[in-house]
Design a protein around this ligand. Structure first.
Ligand SMILES: [Zn+2]
Length: 568
């Protein structure tokens, strides 16, 4: 047989953003070898008729550092079409570490990333010292490809021990940190991450180590990445105002000439033009030739609520008072004209709030009584017009008629299709971020790619399938310097996802008890993802993980070139 695997008759969306086309994909030795009408046979054939064949998605913002040690697939990544993940974000890594320093790293992960301590104690088989040792420990044990940034918190703890959470570093310590960052990059780290977020503390209430770094230390470490001339710098800044922070990122991008990854750009109804301001500012920095990439989230900030359980209004004192009353009393209060007048005044308070106070955005999602079906899917403003009432009255009266069982839907962020189209298409923004492996008992955003394809491509049409796939694949590979990945082209790694563009979507997150010790966490399944293929081998097929371990550690190109040099 000439090929190991042929994926036949699919629509190839190749990751470049170019128009898709019908072709077979021939794979041998983990790489795409041939595209088009392939006559020869293969050991294994996948029929992709009616389906899309795309490069596997790359999840660039994860905290999978621990999970990949007990879960080689980094579930639920393959289920959502991901073939590669990048970990070590926000300054947090499990290496480098000196003997006895392990627990200090656990302390940061437990609090900042909300991974239960018992899970880390049972699931992390310590033993490595350098960042390279840690990457080596993963080699051969992965189902999915894994790359990592080296984290400032571990670097600082390594050089200073527990004093890293007490004080600024001295010259000698800064020099040691620089050496460790350098050695991590030489071993293949995809960059360096730091964390200045003022809310980020350890389990013991002390600040995470990186927050105590002086500007001198920070720039010394950033300069190591610049000098190495490979890898990204990922940052979370705290303190100062948004503009000051933004100026810092721009300066950093200029000084290092490396891709700098900073925080999120989103559309919020409460500051509906901020995103445009941010994109304009990014445009001028990119225009000058520097790369401070922002991150956009594809999942809208949706809340479903009834007036039995609503928290949407808790920031308004009168509303909060009423919402905390026992149900019987609450119903009486909501019907009382005097109370209603106060609720109305509450919403008129001009101070900025999270809730946008717009009845054209709050929707009736599900009615409780059949006769009200005509209101389903309508905004409260439309319902008010249909009933000849004022919106607030319509909202409260409908809920009262249905014994407070009407389900409403509200979107505070990332809901405006026009703004989201511009944000998601922006060449200055990565699309992410799952934060997968973190906050495991609070949220699961593994489905940001499947949501992008379902909501923003199929339902809203704000970007084409080709554009969306590009943003999930080659775009990420290019920013992070992942050579030979992110395109379906001869010579590229055969990391592929085969999905149905008419049905692909993310499911609601659900509970699983699959963390070490049977600890529960949230996972997220998908629909319409038929096959996920890593380095030419199928790891996920029609709902099942294969058990195969074809994943590789993704190392930066400078390291790979150095490694390849002796072979000529
Ligand atoms: Zn993070």
């Amino acid at each position: 047989m000439e090929y190991d695997l042929i994926v036949r008759s699919g629509r190839v969306v190749d990751g470049s953003g170019m128009p898709s086309y019908l072709a077979d994909v021939g794979i041998k030795g983990g790489k795409v070898v041939e595209l088009g009408r392939i006559k020869s046979g293969a050991e294994q054939t996948i029929d992709a008729g009616g389906l899309v064949v795309a490069p596997g998605f790359i999840d660039h913002h994860t905290h999978m550092d621990a999970q990949v040690l007990w879960d080689p697939y980094a579930t639920s990544e393959p289920e959502n079409g991901f073939t590669s993940v990048i970990m070590g974000n926000c300054g947090l890594t499990l290496a480098p570490v000196k003997s006895g320093g392990e627990d200090a790293l656990v302390k940061s992960f437990v609090r900042v990333e909300a991974i239960p301590r018992s899970v880390l104690e049972q699931g992390v088989p310590w033993g490595w010292r350098s960042y390279g040792d840690y990457l080596d420990a993963l080699e051969g044990k992965l189902g999915i490809n894994v790359g990592g940034l080296v984290g400032h918190i571990a670097i600082r703890q390594y050089a200073m021990g527990e004093e890293s959470v007490e004080r600024e570093a001295g010259q000698g310590e800064i020099a040691e940190m620089c050496m460790e960052v350098r050695s991590a990059l030489e071993a293949g780290a995809l960059g360096f991450s730091t964390n200045r977020n003022v809310r980020h503390v350890r389990e013991d209430g002390k600040p995470v180590a990186s927050r105590l770094a002086s500007e001198e230390e920070l720039f010394a470490l950033f300069d190591v990445v610049a000098e190495f001339n490979s890898g990204v710098i990922q940052t979370i800044l705290g303190g100062g105002n948004r503009r000051e922070r933004f100026a810092f990122y721009q300066e950093l991008a200029r000084r290092t000439q490396r891709p700098v990854i900073w925080g999120g750009v989103s559309h919020r109804w409460t500051s509906p033009d901020l995103w445009r301001e941010q994109l304009d500012a990014l445009g001028s920095t990119f225009g000058a030739g520097y790369r401070p990439y922002g991150v956009a989230h594809s999942i809208p900030g949706i809340r479903h609520f009834t007036l039995k359980n609503a928290q949407v209004f808790d920031e308004f004192p009168e509303w909060k008072k009423v919402m905390f009353m026992p149900e019987g009393e609450r119903k009486k209060a909501l019907a009382d004209p005097g109370v209603r007048a106060r609720l109305r005044d509450d919403l008129k308070d001009p101070r900025p709030t999270d809730f946008h106070r717009r009845w054209d955005i709050v929707q009736v999602e599900k009615v409780a009584n059949g006769e009200n079906e005509k209101y389903s899917g309508k905004s409260v403003e439309e319902v008010a017009r249909m009933r000849g009432e004022d919106p607030l009255d319509a909202f409260l009266n409908l809920a009262l008629e249905e014994d407070l069982d009407t389900t409403f839907l509200n979107v505070n962020s990332n809901g405006d299709p026009q703004a989201m189209g511009e944000i998601l298409r922006s060449p200055y923004l990565l699309i992410g971020s799952s934060d997968a492996g973190a906050h495991v008992q609070y949220r699961a955003d593994f489905g940001y790619a499947t949501t992008l394809l379902a909501l923003w491509v199929r339902k809203r049409g704000v970007l084409s399938l080709e554009q969306a796939v590009n943003k999930l694949t080659f775009f990420v590979a290019s920013v992070y310097g992942l050579e030979g990945r992110g395109l379906v082209r001869p010579g590229y790694a055969a990391d592929l996802v085969v999905f149905d563009p008419d049905t692909v979507d993310a499911c609601e997150p659900e509970w699983a008890h699959d963390y070490p010790g049977g600890t529960k966490r949230m996972i997220q399944r998908s629909v319409g993802v038929h096959h996920t293929i890593v380095n030419g081998r199928v790891i996920f097929s029609d709902g099942h993980l294969s058990g195969d371990l074809p994943g590789q550690v993704l190392r930066n190109s400078a390291c790979r070139r150095a490694g390849a040099a002796p072979l000529g």
